[in-house]
Write a protein of this length. Structure first.
Ligand code: XMP
Length: 459
């Protein structure tokens, strides 16, 4: 048998070349996530239930990357996380929270507290604007049975704007009138949306964030290959998910190929598919219609696939092989798993990946789901493989009670682990970006496209 040699990140270094950059500011990290979605940084967070829900996705999208909401939850829970990201930043909130004018004060209090918003627009049953109630209005109120119209600021006192107002003009009106909220109405007073000063502030604060064409942060969501995932896909897309990730451990399989074909026939959307680790796997998923390929089998820090199944391809070789093929079709590759340092990111991108997916490195941050644990004077958070025992059990428990047989059926391909607590995700990402930019400088390039072309590995 002619055994092919394969390499992983630690087996290689990038040969230093004459630098062409004077400052890291001159380096561009713009890249492609999938056929039609661009990012300003090449980092996405893993669809793991200890890594990505809305908080992580918001943080990454603000920095120019993207988060993929995990699917280890009910459709409603997953959709809710997508909606939280889509609502986090807007030029215009198209569907602001509203109440009818005959509602009680307690309804406003509930809506404000449940959704963590600072005000509710009051409408009549024709969707015409009648007033506004803010959190401040109800702060010291003790009779929540009062009718809302008694305390709302009435329509004749409200400053509003018309459809099509520019961001600059809206900012001017909000500033000049010391306002927080600017309802958008048409000439007949029908409500069409809301612009808030905090949204405008966020837009200015994060100029490189990943946005859709309505100015909302972009977000991805994971789905599986089962029949019921068609409904999950539909609901996620309706909620505004920008990209779906068809994610199974062994993506080079008929079930994945058929699912891609069916989904692409049914809906018009951007689909990332995986995971694969070979040129053949890449070819089959691209032929089926995938818009980006996720590469990595057994590469993750919490994976034991290589131990349990004896299968996998060292990650650098996997990316080199898959990217060489995918390049011909102009389809981006995502290197998924095994990123421990910014140097690993530089190597994955130099090998041909357009982005990297990160799990455990982000699992220890404030924005990942779960609690900070104190142990022997150190702080940790938990992470777990999505094919591990614990994740399998919580998935099964979504469908009702689990019994002994369910437990015995599990052959885990992932483990549970504690990772060091690392503070804010944005701080971790900043370090990774800084390191990656240094990596580009050492390779004698100032952008990721040239990195792919010019990088020279040494074994
Ligand atoms: P890192 O190294 O960033 O890897 O933590 C994240 C990726 O690991 C994959 N993953 C798994 N692989 N068994 C596996 O073989 C599992 O239980 C498992 N859970 C996650 C996944 O591709 C993720 O993005």
């Amino acid at each position: 048998m002619n055994l092919k040699e394969a390499l992983t990140f630690d087996d290689v270094l990038l040969v230093p070349k004459k630098s062409i950059v004077n400052s890291r500011k001159d380096i561009s990290l713009k890249t492609r996530l999938s056929k039609n979605i661009n990012l300003n940084i090449p980092i996405i967070s893993a669809n793991m239930d200890t890594v990505t829900e809305s908080a992580m996705a918001i943080s990454l999208a603000k920095m120019g990357g993207l988060g993929i909401i995990h699917r280890f939850s009910t459709i409603e829970q997953q959709v809710n996380e997508v909606l939280k990201v889509k609502r986090a930043e807007n030029i215009i909130i198209e569907k602001p929270f509203t109440l009818l004018e005959n509602s009680k004060l307690k309804d406003a209090k509930e809506l404000i507290e449940e959704n963590n918003v600072s005000g509710i627009l009051i409408i009549n049953n024709e969707n015409k604007l009648q007033g506004i109630v803010t959190a401040r209005d109800i702060l010291f109120e003790d009779n929540y049975e009062k009718n809302i119209s008694e305390i709302m600021t009435k329509r004749n006192k409200l400053i509003t704007a018309s459809l099509g107002i520019s961001l600059e003009k809206a900012q001017e009106i909000l500033h000049n009138n010391k306002l927080e909220k600017l309802p958008i109405v048409d000439e007949n007073n029908y409500l069409h949306g809301l612009i808030t000063s905090s949204d405008i502030f966020k837009i200015k604060q994060y100029p490189h964030s990943t946005k859709d064409n309505k100015g909302r942060l972009r977000v991805g969501a994971a789905i599986g290959v089962k029949e019921e995932d068609i409904k999950r896909a539909q609901t996620l897309l309706d909620a505004g998910a920008d990209v779906l990730v068809l994610d199974i451990a062994h993506g080079h399989a008929d079930i994945a190929i058929n699912a891609i074909k069916r989904l692409k026939k049914e809906f018009n959307f951007e689909l990332i598919a995986g995971n694969v680790a070979t040129k053949e796997g890449t070819e089959d998923l691209i032929s089926a219609g995938a818009d980006a390929i996720k590469v990595g089998v057994g590469s993750g820090s919490i994976c034991i696939t290589r131990l349990v199944a004896g299968s996998g391809v060292p990650q650098l070789t996997a990316v080199l092989d898959c990217a060489e093929f995918a390049d011909k079709y102009n389809i981006p590759i995502i290197s998924d798993g095994g990123i421990r340092t910014s140097g690993d990111i530089t190597k994955a991108l130099a090998a041909g990946a357009s982005t990297v997916m990160i799990g455990s490195l982000l699992a220890g941050t404030d924005e990942s789901p779960g609690f900070v644990i104190n142990k022997n004077g150190m702080k940790y958070k938990m992470t777990r493989g999505m094919a591990g025992v614990a994740a399998n059990l919580s998935k099964k428990s979504l469908n009702g009670k689990i019994n002994q047989e369910d437990v015995e059926d599990i052959v885990p391909e992932g483990i549970e682990a504690m990772v060091p607590y690392r503070g804010k995700a944005s701080e971790v990402i900043k370090q990774l970006i800084g390191g990656l930019k240094s990596g580009l400088s050492y390779c004698g390039v100032d952008n990721l496209q040239d990195l792919k072309k010019n990088a020279e590995f040494i074994k």
